[in-house]
Design a protein around this ligand. Structure first.
Ligand code: HEC
Length: 449
């Protein structure tokens, strides 16, 4: 994306950290919202056609109730759907700046599809309401045959329109979310991801696993949302129709449990699909928390059924939103771990630009690479044997051809090998770090001949 490259500059380490927090915030808004739209659109279309087949009015009301409760109104679609998605694209563009990975392209594709989907789904939502109104006009009350005929025409065409927008909207959302998941997964597997074709990427096992997890989570949260809105929030709305209320409660509870039960297993498998190097304690903690919250939600679904106390519907909803946020934090941590090295490269670049702006850049390092090595590194490192730190022959091969990453490490050492203590920051200036890195790589190439 050329135009993004132009407006995006390498960022300072502090700024990159801030971007990670922003990403958690933005995705915690976007994912629960889009999950509910995803599940709700599918269910509403599904029950709409079910009504056409067997004329059970419960299905008709259910189809309308679902889509009305998940879409709320147009402004919500923009605020909770479009804005966070766009923001996340900019965040990823900054985090992954100067890398060859396709994450941002996948996300832009996702954005286009999801935007079209939302427009269609909101159109569908209003057409469902109109349809409902047209259909409740009883043509036996009309005695003018011309009006009767017109009314029937409108009924039919509005019902076609409604069906088409609902189905197409869902299809676009399905593809859009698939692209989105592909983008997120590629960032999570940043260090090992080498797939360039989008089709291969979309069918990568790790992407499919994540997409299935998303779908299950989406239907579980949608079920919780339906229960919450209709049993708790609009408590009195269906008072005159207790039959329907019972239908809604049983239907949504069953749905929630059916899609909720496989989730812990899917989350556990996902943990194993991450490379060991990028696993960390917080990833386990947030995965575990999500699983714990899911088990709690099963319990509350059960209580709703047994005790028939509708207040449980709000607790189920909150529990599941929290589970979803735990999963988002877990994913974000995985992305942070996978891109840590790359972030160091970027922040080093930033320091260099800053140094140049301050007028320090043109001055070459006062000491040569060898001098810096002798004074600052040799106390802990030799090429051929380990002292306090590892032998360079053991650790330099991974940096061959990657001087920027070596510079980044020297300027900001991170914990690498548990067999060694962490390396203290030698506090070198950008040019000094560059000089010593170049010296080490040159020496390494010479001695390795
Ligand atoms: C006080 C001792 C000490 C000094 C001084 C020191 N290092 Fe290290 N270095 C270590 C230790 C310990 C490790 C292993 C850290 C780990 O694995 O977490 C290490 C690891 C490394 C690695 C391997 C990183 C990796 O990804 O495996 C490189 C490269 C390195 N140091 C370069 C340097 C350079 C260049 C200097 C001088 C500017 C330097 N070190 C100064 C102790 C030191």
């Amino acid at each position: 994306m050329e135009f993004l490259d132009k407006i995006i500059l390498p960022q300072s380490a502090e700024h990159i950290e801030l971007l990670h927090y922003m990403m958690i915030l933005v995705l915690s808004i976007f994912i629960p919202f889009i999950s509910i739209i995803f599940g709700g659109t599918f269910l509403s279309v599904y029950y709409g056609s079910k009504f056409k087949k067997n004329n059970n009015t419960h299905y008709k009301i259910y189809s309308k109730d679902i889509i009305e409760s998940v879409t709320v109104n147009n402004a919500v679609g923009v605020i909770l759907g479009i804005v966070p998605l766009l923001t996340s694209i900019f965040i990823f563009a900054q985090l992954l700046d100067q890398s060859k990975i396709n994450t941002v392209n996948y996300l832009i594709l996702a954005f286009i599809f999801i935007l079209i989907a939302l427009i269609m789904i909101y159109t569908y939502r209003y057409s469902v309401t109109f349809n409902f109104i047209f259909n409740s006009v009883n043509d036996n009350d009309l005695n003018d045959s011309v009006v009767k005929e017109e009314l029937n025409k409108i009924k039919i065409s509005s019902s076609h329109l409604n069906n088409r927008y609902g189905k197409l909207g869902f299809a676009f959302l399905f593809l859009g979310m698939w692209f989105f998941v592909t983008g997120i997964t590629s960032a999570e597997l940043f260090t090992t991801w080498d797939i360039s074709s989008i089709i291969t990427a979309m069918f990568a096992p790790s992407v499919l696993l994540k997409f299935i997890t998303f779908i299950c989570m989406a239907f579980t949260i949608t079920a919780a949302d339906i229960l919450f809105i209709h049993l708790y929030w609009n408590e009195n709305k269906n008072d005159e129709n207790p039959d329907y209320r019972k239908f809604l409660k049983n239907n949504a509870s069953k749905l929630g449990l059916r899609f909720g039960i496989p989730l812990p297993i899917l989350i556990a498998i996902n943990l194993f699909s991450l490379s060991d190097k990028n696993l960390s304690g917080s990833i386990f903690i947030f995965s575990f928390l999500a699983i714990l919250l899911l088990f709690l939600s099963y319990h509350f679904f059960f209580m709703l059924e047994v005790k028939n106390d509708y207040r449980f519907s709000s607790i189920i909803f909150i529990t599941l939103i929290l589970a979803s946020i735990s999963l988002i934090i877990k994913d974000e941590k995985a992305i942070g771990n996978a891109t840590r090295q790359h972030s160091l490269v970027l922040s080093t670049e930033y320091d260099k630009i800053l140094a140049e702006l301050k007028g320090e850049g043109s001055v070459t390092a006062a000491l040569s690479g060898k001098e810096i090595y002798d004074v600052r590194c040799a106390s802990c490192h030799r090429f051929d044997r380990k002292l306090v730190g590892p032998a360079y022959f053991d650790v330099l091969p991974q940096f061959v051809g990657k001087q920027a990453q070596l510079v980044a490490f020297i300027r900001n050492p991170v914990k690498v090998n548990p067999a060694f203590p962490p390396m203290p920051n030698p506090g070198l200036k950008p040019q000094e770090a560059e000089a010593v890195a170049k010296y080490l790589l040159d020496e390494f190439a010479k001695r390795n001949k």
